[in-house]
Design a protein around this ligand. Structure first.
Ligand SMILES: Nc1ncnc2c1ncn2[C@@H]1O[C@H](COP(=O)(O)OP(=O)(O)OP(=O)(O)O)[C@@H](O)[C@H]1O
Length: 807
């Protein structure tokens, strides 16, 4: 029987496998004995003992030449040693750990039955996505699967697939959640653990989560730490139980941590001139790609909204941790692909993100330490490209902060801003805040947030709230007065926050609103304190600064007070019936034959018409709401006709008893239903809260390259038999099997339908059904800046969950 040209015999397959494994073994041995010092001319990836699949993946991704950190780190990582890798921003650390991960798992013939072989932990969702994308690109031809866990949008889908992942990339919170809840996640075989931006992950904010993750990982594993500002803290290293870690640093001890191709400047400016300075800078750099850092999301929000209204002539974007997942990823994409654009951001993009060709990094607020400075400016001048940075320093910050930088060998040149280039936008901001209470409110929030960011700093030589000209600063934002800063008195007394207070604040800031609410809920999901009954509307009415109300609120009050009455101010808080809501046809017809003014007056006068109508009869209402005449006494003779009185009495009592019994059963059913409903709501709230927890994460799952060795065997056979080398590509390999593909598609269809639905819901929540206030980008915000638009209280959450349940 003629054999199909593509089919191969079992013997051939075995022979191929044997050959393939022997080759892998040889490569592994070669890698274990490889020392880059013995290869002074090593300049390309192809000079390393890497598998063909790896070399092909790297080449197709455009990675030909090897960078210093890659040359030094890859051979050591391939040997399975623990490593602390430090190299400047943009020098290629990502490949330094991804290449050895793929190679080592390939040597070990890792497959889906082995569980997770490598875990990569990133501090932010954006960085995790970026790392995952590079992994997919270079691992295109490797027989491994990879997964990304950065959010809870499709947690169920994620949980179903996670058992088959070999390389897992994610953020700490989500990884821990899967460790706790996904039974199929196998980590007991873990070979490699990577902390990207290690110093950030190991700092206070992630401490508990990381400790919990570590406690469940096998101790005999390879641990790799990478960052431009590497941790050398003995405490940190002990926590990770590193074994004789190799410290690899590509810069000399006396060398700066910032790239040589970066021109670094600073300007000395008063706090109240910063907004004008930023505006003037943007206006004179309309053909640049600019990344602007602020210390809080509220400042980002205010600056974005106000500058947008002033139309600077360049695309503006904003990115901060309080935006929703989707908005964050969209902004990241938009900024990545833009050539002229200005992104206002917080430190959520300070680390690791590889935006191509950023011309300028502007730091409006002084970063908390030199490490943060290094990472922020490192978003420009990446991989040898040129770039510039500008730091705004207050006169009080100038000397001490420059000193902090110089201890890290960071030199920044002073820039003088030309007077002719300076433009003040104060009066525009003032009129914008006057016209838009919403913007004024954002401005107040931004003001307080900035003050708070200074107050919480430990380094009081640099950051001193009491030295700041707050009144002038408020005026520079267009605010009519200086907002009240609660902690100012504390600062004036020279009090600083203790470590535990700082930790508490960080935790509170990181925890989602839903989780915070849930923390006060009882076992029924009810909030214990009196906030329980306060909805977003209640909160709006309770605001102390009632003069700063949102458009939405104003519209609401307009609606209730009757819109154009001519004396809006007087009517501002008067709740009146909204006449437009009453249908004219529902109004009772006034019956009168009005020909004269007197007749009309008589007909419309309440008193007179009551007189004319005559008296009505008095009625009483029973428990069921039925009206009866006041007295219903029957004539005794009529009663006797119906039968003996005793029997009638008995009959009446029986009927009433029956009624009571029926009512009792109904009541019990209602109570039962309510309990069940409450339970359902609680479960729904818990689920939603969990999804929102720490890193609101999405998941992606994909198989890298060849699904199994049989594929390799057949592709080898095909190439031997002269058939075009049909190397499996990523798309094809996603097709794990026809059935699975169908399942996957079905899931994806469902997911996108759900996403659309939830988007609709968010819209509905954000906008009241009657009149929709136009509040800028409210659908992105979880922030209480626009609190009236979000599900904030348990009441709102319950309403939302009820909606979800009903649908
Ligand atoms: N060998 C290489 N050849 C060509 N380009 C490379 C190479 N290695 C890295 N790159 C590119 O250099 C850029 C920076 O790489 P990467 O993001 O890994 O830097 P990093 O050191 O991790 O920076 P950071 O400290 O900011 O996280 C990326 O655009 C990447 O594609």
């Amino acid at each position: 029987m003629a054999r199909h040209p593509h089919s191969i015999s079992r013997r051939d397959r075995r022979r191929f496998h044997k050959k393939h494994f022997e080759k892998l073994k040889e490569l592994q041995e070669e890698a274990e004995n490889f020392d880059f010092k013995d290869h002074p001319n090593l300049s390309k990836f192809s000079d390393l003992p890497l598998t063909e699949e790896m070399k092909k993946g790297l080449q197709e991704s455009g990675f030909i030449d090897i960078t210093d950190i890659q040359r030094e780190a890859i051979p050591i990582c391939l040997k399975g040693q623990d490593i602390l890798g430090a190299a400047k921003t943009g020098s290629g650390k990502t490949l330094a750990f991804l290449v050895p991960i793929l190679e080592r798992l390939t040597y070990d013939k890792w497959d889906e039955m082995d569980g997770v072989g490598a875990l990569i932990i990133s501090p932010t969702r954006e960085l995790a996505v970026q790392t995952y994308e590079v992994l997919l690109k270079i691992g295109k031809y490797c027989s491994l699967s990879a997964g990304l866990v950065i959010g809870g949008k499709d947690y169920k889908f994620e949980r179903e697939r996670i058992g088959r992942i070999n390389i897992l990339v994610g953020t700490p919170g989500r990884i821990l959640q899967h460790m706790d809840e996904s039974a199929s996640l196998k980590l007991d075989n873990l070979q490699m653990l990577v902390f990207d931006e290690a110093d950030r992950i190991l700092d206070m904010g992630f401490k508990k989560t990381i400790d919990s993750i570590l406690s469940e990982l096998p101790p005999e594993r390879q641990t790799m730490l990478f960052s431009a500002t590497q941790t050398k803290s003995v405490k940190d290293l002990a926590r990770l139980s590193l074994v004789n870690p190799k410290y690899i640093s590509t810069s000399a001890d006396n060398e700066s941590l910032t790239p040589e191709s970066l021109d670094q400047y600073y300007v000395s400016t008063e706090l109240y001139e910063k907004v004008d300075l930023l505006w003037s800078f943007i206006k004179s750099h309309l053909k640049s790609k600019i990344l602007v850092f602020f210390s809080s999301s509220k400042q980002v929000h205010f600056t974005y909204e106000s500058f947008r209204k002033l139309r600077p002539g360049i695309q503006l974007l904003k990115l901060h941790g309080r935006q929703k997942e989707k908005a964050r990823l969209e902004t990241t994409m938009a900024f990545t692909h833009a050539s002229h654009c200005c992104l206002f951001a917080t430190d959520v993009v300070a680390r690791g993100l590889d935006f191509p060709a950023v011309d300028w990094v502007i730091q409006v607020d002084c970063p908390e330490d030199a490490a943060t400075y290094v990472h922020r400016v490192g978003r420009s001048a990446r991989f040898g490209r040129s770039g510039k940075s500008m730091l705004m320093l207050l006169p009080s910050e100038e000397e001490p902060y420059l000193q902090r930088l110089s201890t890290k060998r960071i030199e920044v040149k002073k820039l003088k801003v030309k007077g002719s280039k300076k433009k003040s936008i104060r009066s525009q901001l003032q009129s914008l805040c006057f016209e838009s209470p919403e913007l004024k409110y954002l401005g107040q929030k931004a003001f307080v947030s900035y003050c708070k960011s200074i107050f919480v700093q430990k380094d009081k030589d640099v950051f001193d709230l009491t030295k700041l000209p707050l009144q002038k600063f408020a005026a520079s934002l267009g605010l009519p007065g200086t907002p009240n800063v609660k902690f100012l008195k504390r600062a004036q007394k020279g009090k600083v926050l203790s470590e535990s207070e700082l930790l508490k604040m960080k935790k509170k800031k990181n925890a989602s609103r839903k989780l915070r609410l849930l923390a006060t809920a009882d076992e029924n999901g009810d909030i214990k304190d009196d906030k329980k009954s306060r909805t977003k509307y209640d909160k709006m009415f309770e605001r102390k600064n009632q003069s700063v109300l949102s458009e939405h609120y104003l519209q609401m009050t307009e609606d209730t007070a009757g819109k154009k009455d001519g004396n809006d101010d007087d009517e501002f808080l008067t709740v009146r019936r909204k006449m437009s809501e009453v249908d004219d046809e529902e109004l009772p017809m006034l019956e009168y034959n009005a020909t004269s003014k007197r007749a009309i007056k008589r007909a419309t006068s309440k008193k007179l018409s009551a007189k004319l109508k005559g008296k009505g009869s008095k009625m009483v209402f029973d428990d069921s709401g039925n009206a009866h005449p006041v007295y219903e006494l029957q004539n005794m003779k009529d009663v006797e006709k119906e039968g003996p009185v005793d029997q009638l009495k008995e009959k009446f009592l029986k009927e009433e008893r029956n009624k009571l019994e029926t009512a009792d059963v109904e009541d019990k059913n209602v109570a039962k239903e309510r309990r069940a409903e409450k339970k359902r709501r609680r479960k729904e709230i818990e689920r939603m809260a969990k999804e929102a927890e720490e890193d609101d994460e999405v998941h992606t799952y994909v198989v890298l390259g060849n699904e199994n060795e049989d594929n390799q065997a057949s592709s080898a056979e095909e190439s031997q038999s002269g058939v075009e080398d049909d190397v499996p590509d990523l798309d094809r390999d996603l097709a794990i099997g026809a059935k699975e593909e169908e399942e996957l598609e079905e899931k994806q269809r469902k997911r996108s339908a759900e996403d659309e639905e939830s988007e609709e819901e968010e819209k509905e929540e954000a906008e009241p059904p009657s009149k929709r206030a136009r509040i800028p980008n409210e659908d992105e915000e979880e922030d209480d800046v626009i609190e009236m638009e979000k599900p904030e209280g348990i009441t709102d959450l319950e309403a939302l969950s009820e909606k979800l349940i009903n649908e």
